[in-house]
Design a protein around this ligand. Structure first.
Ligand code: BTN
Length: 247
């Protein structure tokens, strides 16, 4: 419970030492009609990533899912994913780790000239196009995790590895949830703070989209989270896709 974990967060907390997946548990709670609940675990035994990938979630990380029922259309939900990235990047910076955000929601940190992944975010939802029923924003933070315990091909690192000391997980989680709650309610504030932390803007990018690759300079982000790319011939607004930084 929230009390046992000692968190004073704007959500009810359901804490587990171990759970298959906090997103799966949050979806279950959604089906039971719950809202404004955070499922938090020390360890996930079946953590899930985007594109049906496995998400390694050893003890020491911060694995959480926020379940809420915003009064918005389906198309507005990308901004919540950006809000999660902003919340974690801000908390990381407060903890002395210069995190940056790669579009749309990869929170990375530069180690020896290479961008390494600190955080994964998986947003799931259900409802109608004009109004969602619920949203689950799953946030996986490699907090006090030995990068050797993470898959070696994932290019991942952790807060403790970058800092050389463990972070206070309770405080970190509290800051993430506070920021997610306050900034998440204000889409313009999300976009502004996202721009502040973005490593993608001003870079040459290649985005793999369902309609084919788009290459150009990333010039801005637009509500609800689309990247504006200048291809040299035109400005394209890209809603989703896998983004590579070319330089
Ligand atoms: C990614 O592929 O980058 C997204 C990873 C999302 C991982 C988090 S950990 C908490 C929540 N529960 C899950 O099973 N996945 C998300």
């Amino acid at each position: 419970s929230a009390v046992a974990y000692g968190l004073d967060a704007p959500f009810e907390i359901e804490y587990h030492d171990a759970v298959p997946s906090t997103n799966a548990r949050a979806r279950e709670l959604a089906d039971e009609g719950a809202s404004d609940v955070v499922v938090l675990a020390d360890e996930q035994t079946g953590g899930r990533g985007r594109l049906d990938r496995t998400w390694h979630s050893p003890s020491g990380g911060i694995w959480l899912s926020v379940l809420f029922r915003p009064d918005v259309p389906m198309a507005a939900t990308p901004v919540f994913t950006l809000a999660a990235a902003v919340a974690v990047a801000r908390a990381a910076r407060e903890a002395g780790v210069e995190a940056v955000i790669k579009w749309p929601n990869d929170v990375l940190v530069e180690v020896d000239g290479e961008e390494r992944k600190l955080v994964g975010i998986l947003t799931e939802m259900e409802g109608e196009a004009d109004r969602v029923s619920w949203v689950v924003v799953g946030i996986g933070i490699n907090a006090n995790v030995d990068p050797a315990a993470l898959p070696s091909d994932a290019g991942a690192t952790s807060l403790s590895a970058v800092k050389g000391a463990p972070v206070d997980r309770r405080r970190f989680t509290q800051r993430v949830l506070e920021t997610f709650d306050t900034v998440g309610a204000d889409p313009e504030a999300v976009l502004d703070e996202w721009r502040e932390y973005a490593s993608t803007l001003g870079r040459r990018v290649r985005i793999d989209t369902p309609g084919g690759d788009i290459t150009g300079e990333a010039v801005d982000i637009e509500y609800p989270g689309s990247l504006v790319v200048d291809t040299g011939e035109e400005r394209v607004t890209v809603a989703a896709g896998d983004c590579d930084h070319l330089r």
